[in-house]
Design a protein. Sequence first.
Length: 548
Amino acid sequence: MLLSSPLSAHEGHDHGKQPVIAASAAKPRVSVQSPAYELAGILEGDKLSIFLDRFDTNQPVPGAKISVMVGGDAEMAAKEADAGIYVLQSEKFLSESPLELVFSVAHPSGDDLLIGSIELPRKSPVQADQSRTQGRGLESIIPEKLALGDFEVDRLQLLAGGFLGFGFLAGLMARKGLRAAPIAGLVLVVLMATTAFAFSHEGHDHSEAAPLPAGDAPQRMSDGGVFLPKPSQRLLSIRTVVAKPEQAQSAATLVGRIVADPNRSGLVQSINGGRIMVAGGALPRLGQTVSKGEVLALVEQAMSQADRSSLSERIGEIEQEIAVAEAKLTRTRDLAGSFVAPKSQVTDAETELAGLRRRREILLETTGATEVLKAPIDGVVAAVKAVPGQVVGSADVVFQIVDPSGLWVEALVYADVEPGSLGLANATTSEGTAIKLSFQGFGKTLQQQARVVQFSIENPDERLAVGQPVTVRAFVGKPVLGFILPRSAVVRGGNGETIVWLHAHPERFSPKPVHMEAFDAERVVIRAGLSEGERVVVQGSELINQIR
């Protein structure tokens, strides 16, 4: 009767529908949030490690002063062990009762007060289950229900059948004259052992309790979310943004280079070519400031031997003609003095002699003349492509003069972008220098299967150089309104869906399917699936997506 009395399922063994046990962290934790900060504490022994981050960006907050009130005691200051990581040590963390924690955060960007509680560690579930099993006796090993094929037998029927079989065996042994006590005891022991072995039903193997899934390592949860401890978040540099609708204009990414403003630059070339000669003691150096009309160099014109011989012969002929003209002038003057010849003949002879002398001077200048190279504009010498004694042609560029305050950017636009729709633009150099651009125009001819567009630089930087490559982002079309995120925020889920990862809890991330459209080369616009105020992972989402 005692054994057949109603036996309740002992604590921790609800024999009905078994709940799903979620993965949990092994170390006790406290998590609190505010509009400014997100704080997570991990307890290990009597030491609490506090991770302080920005609520909206998940960026660590270094240099804060954190005071903690543990269980109503006086405030204790936490020491900063690393950037954004603070440590607090207290003997109260060694107790077993829950503790209320009040965190006072002081930082130049803003102060805050955060309140939370922490469940301190107690006996492990396996140890507690074993202790309860040892104190309950038979009711811990005999189930309420037993399934035998299509039939179900409860505990009372099981015990009644067992005692009926025991009585039948005992009567049989007494009738045969056997000693019943030893055999009955043996039968009872076998019956009890068989019952204990046969009815440790699924989920209640009392011989060895199954361990709960626990630990501080990153792991995928049963609902598809990811448990990612704060230390791992710091290693992976997880960053978030708070989703909010914004208006932006799509942009096209172009490949460009810096060129000189055609109206504020110039080239210095020789007309006929020749040998470079120094003017003023030295050739201009790179970066030297020059003024318009300043002499930069001289060019000694080149002449072949045949031309030089012909020129010398011609000069000789002219000198002979000059001698004849001089003699003629002398005779004419004598005749005019005696009034034999008119004075007009003297004037004609003087004019003829002056002409011959001028022709001789021109020929002599041609023989040893030099060409003067002058600066066409005010500016800085950007290129020097000659040295003293170098022979240059008429098409060779000797110097390039550039006005540093007048630089442009030239880029190539392919068929997927209409050049006429381009407006404001910006560019970035390989070093990260930002350049603000203004659209100037585009060409009507193709160059490398693309059209050439030009932008003027509104904020020239002294570090910019002609020919330097840049990446141009030109805005196209009308502005759009939506959740605009970096492309790195959107990943592919296991089923192929386009998802983003939401920062639902300080150490918990959950996937959310979204519908997105391409916005430009670096951003996307979320059309559906995202709500305002949700924290979206924009850096490290691909790493979170790989956690299993």
